[in-house]
Design a protein around this ligand. Structure first.
Ligand SMILES: Nc1nc2c([nH]c(=O)n2[C@@H]2O[C@H](COP(=O)(O)OP(=O)(O)OP(=O)(O)O)[C@@H](O)[C@H]2O)c(=O)[nH]1
Length: 140
């Protein structure tokens, strides 16, 4: 299969014991600066998606995550220039270390419903509903 038209990006919904999810704000100088997103990034050639996300979470937040603690949650697609962005969202509720805004200019922890108040990339909007649905399924 020719995957050259697909830009594969992985992202994580780090979820704390209160059910709040970590989002980060893209800094000035990056595409979509000022928008809030889930930490993550592009999968490099030859890299498994979960390995890419483990790498990105270490680079962007300074946290250690085990690939087996990444649970696939949902995905989204969006057009980007001539290509299609394929964004895979994983849930993660176990990590080592305190997340730091290494790559972002701010971090915030929000309940899924409160993510609706943030400016996020258009591809992320369906993720808010998926996270809210997941939360309502979860036991208290
Ligand atoms: N990490 C992340 N990227 C997202 C999200 N939503 C979304 O549309 N994207 C897009 O997916 C792409 C990911 O690129 P990135 O710039 O974060 O990836 P990276 O860390 O590998 O980038 P770089 O090394 O080129 O700076 C960007 O076009 C970004 O706008 C999201 O929630 N999280």
């Amino acid at each position: 299969m020719d995957n050259s038209t697909i830009l594969l990006v992985v992202a994580a919904a780090l979820t704390d014991p209160q059910g709040r999810i970590l989002v980060q704000r893209r800094p000035a100088g990056k595409a979509m600066a000022g928008l809030w997103e889930f930490p993550g990034g592009k999968v490099e050639p030859g890299e498994a998606p979960e390995a890419a996300l483990v790498r990105e979470l270490a680079e962007e937040l300074g946290v250690g995550v085990a690939a087996e603690d990444l649970t696939p949650l949902t995905f989204a697609t969006a057009p980007v220039s001539e290509r299609t962005l394929l964004l895979l969202l994983y849930r993660c509720d176990r990590w080592q270390g305190e997340p730091q805004p290494i790559d972002a200019d701010a971090l915030d922890w929000r309940r899924p419903a409160d993510l609706r108040d943030l400016a996020m990339p258009p591809a992320d909007l369906p993720f808010i509903d998926a996270l809210a649905a997941f939360e309502s399924r979860a036991p208290e």
